[in-house]
Write a protein that binds this ligand. Structure first.
Ligand code: ADP
Ligand code: MG
Length: 423
């Protein structure tokens, strides 16, 4: 059996140097600074963000680093050049002048898209720039390398253009909106806001309880929840299943559409409204209420999707309460219930996710669930201190037996939000 690989996070100083070196080698000049933004892992509250619901992400210690500098004035003032250590020989080029949504292909759409979105929002001081990326966030693994890229870019652009948006929560929300627009409108990747809020607003030692109900102020939308795993003798195993890439864009959009259609049928703004109506009901009232909702929907698939969303929104505060009280068994049960609902009702798991979760549970995890959008990607498992490595190994062994790709694990603690690393 092959030893399971752990992806260690890069240290800020070493990663900043690597980004600077890539920048200098590519563009032949020094950058004006280096900025970092983390990937994220969502503890619970999946596929709830676009339903106005609740989620509970932490920032990973794994970050994307960008060395950036402004273009010279004159002919190149609006030119954007980007390079990444994923493919360091290839430099992508775009021009912000007259740029429209969807006009940039490839990964640089995420980067150019942020500048485009900020300009659309009226920040015309955002102009051409050169950017070199170095990252240890696994790409396309449900750990939000895309938000790590758009959020590091947004922070860098704010500082370089003197927008002053990086130091306050309100300012960061504007940068988050630009990052979301970059993904949705320039890269054509549907995203609901969880990832960008996590990357920009988490804090070391804390998860954020992110309330996605429309119209909330910055203060109302996020509260901090302490996640000191070490003090509770716990570890969080994050494991990228490395399942073959699925064509999931259509599936994500289909889930979103079903939820929107259901809300329209029920005559509510979003499914959060339904979840809120269930608060405080006893079991019998709750069952009656749900039956009433399902009768109005009259479609088996839609019923299942709605059941996932409303129960998943409820599980977020239940998890926070259990965890805060030290009821770890109960917290684990809620993680399990979340996965089972994503598997049976929301139907976004694949065999690799289900097998990884099953093995983690059999091996003694308090609870385990897929995390991220699904159709591949990663799982989390809440385990006793010292158990993350052996449980990851057991999953890797089972994957080998079944002929799946080898998974990779990440050592994770609740880490800092996006920040400037060097001048
Ligand atoms: P996730 O955000 O879960 O990692 P996505 O599919 O949303 O998965 O985003 C992954 C995509 O983001 C990659 O395919 C690539 O286009 C882009 N990307 C993210 N990080 C980098 C990077 N460091 N270098 C180049 N492209 C990146
Ligand atoms: Mg993403």
């Amino acid at each position: 059996m092959v030893a399971v690989q752990f992806i260690e996070p890069m240290q800020d100083e070493q990663a900043a140097r690597a980004a600077e070196e890539l920048y200098i080698k590519t563009f032949g000049k020094k950058p004006e600074g280096v900025w970092a933004a983390p990937g994220r892992v969502n503890l619970i509250g999946e596929h709830t963000d676009y339903n106005g619901g609740l989620c509970l992400p932490i920032a990973l210690p794994h970050r994307t680093y960008v060395a950036m500098g402004r273009s010279d004035a004159g002919a190149y003032a609006m030119r954007v050049r980007t390079v990444s250590d994923v493919d360091p020989e290839n430099v992508a080029e775009a021009n912000l002048q007259g740029l429209e949504a969807g006009q940039v292909d490839g990964w640089s759409a995420y980067v150019v898209g942020v500048a485009w979105a900020l300009r659309q929002m009226g920040y015309l001081d955002v102009q051409g720039f050169d950017a070199a990326f170095v990252s240890c966030v696994p790409l396309g693994s449900g750990l939000s390398s895309s938000a790590a890229m758009t959020c590091s870019t947004a922070l860098a652009l704010s500082d370089l253009a003197g927008l002053g948006l990086s130091d306050s929560d309100e300012g960061r929300i504007k940068l988050i909106n630009a990052a979301i627009r970059a993904e949705n409108e320039m890269a054509g990747a549907s995203t609901g806001g969880l990832d960008q809020n996590a990357s920009m607003r988490c804090a070391e030692g804390y998860a954020i309880r992110l309330d996605c109900r429309p119209g909330l102020s910055a203060l109302e939308s996020v509260s901090r929840v302490p996640v000191d795993l070490d003090a509770r003798d716990l570890e969080l195993l994050v494991l990228d299943t490395c399942a073959p890439h699925q064509l999931n864009d259509g599936q994500y959009a289909a889930r979103r559409k079903t939820c929107e259609d259901a809300a329209a049928k029920l005559g509510v703004e979003n499914l959060r409204v339904i979840a809120d109506k269930m608060q405080g009901l006893d079991d019998q009232q709750r069952a009656q209420f749900m039956d009433g909702i399902f009768a109005q929907l009259d479609d088996e698939t839609m019923i299942k999707r709605v059941r996932h969303v409303v129960t998943e929104i409820e599980r977020v505060d239940q998890f926070i309460n259990a965890f805060n009280k030290g009821e770890i068994e109960r917290a684990g049960e809620l993680l399990n219930a979340s996965h089972d609902s994503l598997r049976d009702d929301y139907e976004v798991t694949v065999p690799e996710l289900d097998v990884a979760v099953d093995v983690a549970r059999e091996a003694g995890a308090y609870g385990a669930r897929m995390t991220g959008g699904g159709f591949g990607g990663s799982i989390i498992a809440l385990v006793d201190k010292g158990q993350a490595q052996p449980i990851a190994q057991r999953i890797a062994d089972e994957f080998e037996r079944r002929g799946f790709n080898a998974p990779r694990a990440l050592p994770v603690v609740a880490s800092a939000a996006a920040h400037r690393v060097s001048q």
